[in-house]
Design a protein around this ligand. Structure first.
Ligand SMILES: [Zn+2]
Length: 118
């Protein structure tokens, strides 16, 4: 898998989409995992996340004393949906073929032509 990022600003896009990797498949995978979690913890309405999650998403949470935090499950769901929406929103070249066939690829944010494929 490979993705495109801009050398001159923070823009990047998701890995190129294929039949086996795309946001719709991610949503189905996500749904199965979270339905299972929700069945187990619907009464608590909390989920344990790490410090990295707290720094990245700035949601309210309570430390558990071991370096992790309990947050509202609804906040966790909102972050996950937000991330999926951003993956879709930032996608300029859906496939590697789209990328290779673009005669003049440039960053959709800063218009730089200094793009990197990782
Ligand atoms: Zn850029």
């Amino acid at each position: 898998m490979a993705y495109i990022r801009c050398f001159d600003c923070d823009w990047n896009q998701d890995d190129f989409w294929t039949e086996d990797y795309n946001p719709i498949i991610s949503i189905f995978h996500w749904k199965d995992n979270f339905l299972e979690y929700l069945k187990k913890s619907i009464d608590k309405r909390k989920i344990l996340v790490g410090k990295r999650f707290m720094l990245d998403y700035n949601v309210p949470g309570e430390p558990n004393g071991y370096g992790d935090f309990n947050i509202e499950f609804k906040d966790f769901i909102m972050v996950e949906f937000h991330n999926i929406i951003n993956r879709i929103k930032n996608m300029k070249w859906w496939t590697e073929k789209d990328w290779k066939n673009d005669p003049d690829p440039y960053c959709p944010i800063c218009k730089s032509r200094h793009l990197v494929i990782d």
